[in-house]
Design a binder for this molecule. Structure first.
Ligand SMILES: *Cc1c(COP(=O)(O)O)cnc(C)c1O
Length: 350
């Protein structure tokens, strides 16, 4: 028995693929002589691999970073496995075997991982050196270890902890990376994420690794006016209703009407990344009308005041604000969190 096609979604994420491609090209330009790769972990920061990866590939991107081995297969219809780098590296013989089976390239993150990779047969890999974030990577002092010398390192990389701030740690990490680079044989060097690209050409080396800014995030003021919004969430009105003075709305009755009003129940909630901290104060929009959110955000719904908008009908789609720097400032959520919590119920369309 075949299952019927589901009806159209009441929750859409419109992806501006042109803006995504333009953002990559802008970041590639800002990277100067360095090539730009792309971080596409966490389903391309919530944008969707099947939209992001072909767009970035067609724009000219040739190296794609994911975090988990489980993220590799989604990329393989779009790019050769040798262009996929797995940031968490090989933590077990099983992961090393999987790397070999798929052809995706591990980013080796410790001497133990280096040994595991060699034991599984070795070959091309990337290598992370920790220059101050203290998360993953070999220490600069381990550069001379025989396990490192045995590796066939393609990209030697490090990761900036505070590139979105003007702090001394940036220059310190740059210095440590520049000092360790000559000690390890490699084909290319890579340090900068999105914010690191905006720090200037000293940070670019041979390859940059933007993520956030590809998808419309603006981690530093230098990128304002350069980076365009990519993701545009829209949610449908499920029901329109009239309430009276004294009626309350939503869980815990946090909103009480002081007059008769018209409200609309909208098909988005915290399960779709519209977290409670984005509730009251946020305006949705319909044909130019601002519609304020009232009451508490539910898992699958929010309620807006539509008293001033007579033309709004059930089934109409409302624009959810998603200019990342502004929404981040208003909600206290990071631009990364706003993107990566979008969830799987959106119909991602162009
Ligand atoms: C996520 C990640 C990036 C991309 O960082 P953005 O700040 O999103 O540009 C680059 N490099 C590494 C190692 C990462 O983990």
């Amino acid at each position: 028995m075949s299952i019927a096609e589901p009806p159209p979604a009441t929750l859409r994420l419109r992806i501006d693929r042109e803006a995504l491609a333009d953002n990559w090209r802008a970041l590639a330009r800002l990277s100067g002589k360095a090539k730009a790769g792309a971080a596409v972990k966490a389903d391309a920061y919530g944008i969707g691999i099947d939209h992001a990866v072909p767009t970035l590939r067609n724009a000219g991107c040739e190296i794609f970073f994911v975090a988990h081995w489980g993220e590799v297969t989604a990329l393989l219809p779009h790019v050769p496995a040798g262009q996929v780098a797995v940031l968490h590296g090989v933590g077990s013989a099983q992961e090393a075997q999987y790397a070999r089976a798929t052809g995706a390239i591990p980013v080796i993150d410790s001497l133990k991982q280096a040994a595991l990779w060699q034991e599984s047969g070795g070959g091309r890999c990337h290598l992370m050196v920790d220059t101050g974030i203290n998360r993953l990577g070999i220490a600069p002092s381990e550069a001379g270890d025989p396990a490192v010398a045995a590796l066939e390192v393609d990209v030697l990389m490090s990761h900036l902890a505070s590139a979105d701030e003007d702090v001394l740690l940036n220059a310190l990490q740059l210095e440590r990376f520049s000092e360790v680079a000559p000690l390890i044989s490699h084909k290319a060097l890579s340090l900068a994420n999105s914010a690191g690209i905006a720090l200037g050409s000293d940070y670019a080396f041979d390859l940059t690794r933007p993520g956030l800014a590809l998808y419309g995030g603006i981690p530093r003021p230098e990128l304002e006016g350069v980076i365009r919004q990519v993701a545009f969430p829209e949610a449908a009105v499920i029901q329109r209703r009239r309430i009276s003075a004294g009626d309350s709305v939503g869980y815990n009755a946090l909103f009480t009407a002081t007059r008769e009003m018209e409200v609309a129940t909208v098909s988005i909630g915290y399960a779709d990344g519209f977290l409670r901290s984005r509730g009251p104060g946020t305006m949705l929009h319909f044909e130019g009308h601002p519609l304020p959110v009232i009451g508490r955000v539910s898992m699958d719904m929010i309620v807006v005041d539509c008293s001033t908008c007579e033309t709004l009908r059930e089934g109409d789609f409302l624009a959810i604000p998603f200019a990342l720097p502004q929404v981040s400032a208003a909600s206290g959520l990071s631009q990364y969190e706003l993107l990566t919590t979008l969830g799987s119920r959106f119909d991602r369309c162009t």
